[in-house]
Design a protein around this ligand. Structure first.
Ligand SMILES: *Cc1c(COP(=O)(O)O)cnc(C)c1O
Length: 400
């Protein structure tokens, strides 16, 4: 019996990774306990965010930090900060960005469904580059000069989606942006591990970076970190915090909000719908501390051990073979790759069979076209490994 079964919802085993549709991962008991403890007291939210800012700054090397309801929420705040700056009138007008710098430059190959967050703030995305992967003529992606070409007096920011394969490299983009004094926003939602990435994008010159709290950081599912330049984080805070207060009584913490830089007190801003509660903030800070303390190598060993337990159940099968990919690279995520033999749709059938099982097991269907079932360990409890191994073996033996 779980709290879910009491309302008719059956828990699943998430062997896909931190997908939002599968509710992300499992929080460590320390994180859950911190959230419960946070829930027992009331605090001033601006003071709590200022404390979070200090801790995030230390972890990321940025000047300041902030917590909202997800990386996507942080991207919305980032775009709003780059358009409105510290002008309360502009903050009030968003998402109507008429008359402001309201264009966000983005490499066309990096367009993705999360860029809704940038557009939701009122920005218009200006695509650059044509990553031709169709006609056979394209061997390059967007280049620095194309990004520079798109910069105008309407440019609010350059938006860069971090990935090991992203081109041109971030330092090339930040150098161009720096010459034109245009901020660079980096979507690094899913770029942890390696742990070094907490500092990397800031060190490479990004002005604002967003990390998901609900992915591998192991924080609450609905949380995210925004870190970067002090004035931009201040703008994000002003467009996110509840400012339902009389001006003469408003004394925000100076480290987060420097009141002297404002010509007036903003009202609730566009970020109001990205609310994070005190429980999420405290939970995410706790998760961040644990993530740093554990370190890539220990984390990797824990994940790999889980996959090895599953793999032990697959030995001797004639219908499939398996490998652990990324088993040696401790700064990444090891994956159990099960290669099905025989008919090309066997992996699809095995994946569906696992979903139909009790408990339902959701493997990663991304490589099913190559007849592969992929098991990602990061959202599984160690004690689930046995059940996954047995179910996988049974499915592989059964599906023809
Ligand atoms: C997951 C993801 C997001 C959204 O993160 P949330 O914390 O779920 O809001 C944004 N961008 C990319 C590239 C992602 O992978």
């Amino acid at each position: 019996m779980t709290i879910y079964t009491t309302i008719g919802v059956t828990p699943i085993i998430n062997a896909k990774g931190p997908a939002t549709r599968l509710s992300g991962g499992i929080m460590r008991p320390e994180v859950a306990a911190a959230m419960v403890e946070a829930s027992r007291h009331c605090v001033d939210m601006a003071e709590l965010q200022a404390a979070a800012s200090l801790e995030i700054a230390k972890a990321t090397g940025a000047e300041a930090g902030y917590i909202a309801s997800g990386a996507s929420a942080c991207l919305l705040l980032a775009a709003a900060a780059c358009m409105a700056g510290l002008d309360p009138g502009r903050m009030a007008r968003l998402p109507d960005a008429t008359g402001m710098r309201n264009e966000v430059i983005m490499i066309r190959s990096q367009r993705n469904f999360y860029d809704h967050a940038i557009r939701a703030a009122g920005a218009r995305i200006i695509e650059v580059g044509l990553p031709d992967r169709y006609s056979g003529a394209g061997v390059r992606d967007a280049e620095g000069w194309e990004i520079e070409d798109a910069i105008s007096e309407r440019t609010a920011a350059i938006f860069y989606v971090a990935d090991t394969a992203a081109q041109p490299p971030l330092p090339v983009v930040t150098a161009i942006a720096g010459r034109h004094k245009i901020p660079v926003i980096v979507d690094a939602a899913a770029q942890l591990p390696p742990q070094a990435n907490l500092k990397r994008f800031i060190a490479e010159g990004a002005d604002l970076v967003a990390f998901s709290g609900g992915k591998l950081l192991g924080g609450p599912q609905a949380s995210g970190i925004l870190c970067g330049r002090r004035d931009l984080v201040m703008s994000a805070a002003l467009q996110h915090l509840d400012l339902d207060i009389y001006e003469d009584m408003w004394q925000p913490p100076k480290s987060l909000i420097d009141k002297r830089k404002l010509k007036g007190t903003p009202q609730h801003g566009i970020g109001r719908s990205c609310k994070a509660g005190k429980e999420e903030i405290v939970g995410l800070l706790t998760a961040l501390r644990l993530f740093i303390a554990e370190g890539d190598a220990t984390r990797h060993r824990r994940w790999k051990a889980l996959l090895e337990t599953i793999a032990r159940d697959l030995t001797g099968l004639k219908t499939a073979s398996f490998t652990i990919e990324g088993g040696e690279y401790v700064h990444g995520i090891p994956l159990l790759i099960v290669q099905c033999h025989g008919k090309p749709d066997r992996a699809t059938k095995v994946i569906k069979h696992l979903i139909a099982g009790k408990p339902a097991i959701h493997a990663d269907p991304f490589w099913r076209a190559q007849n592969r079932v992929v098991i990602n360990p990061v959202c599984m409890a160690a004690e689930d490994a046995g059940a996954v191994g047995k179910a996988l073996r049974a499915a592989l033996a059964r599906v023809s």
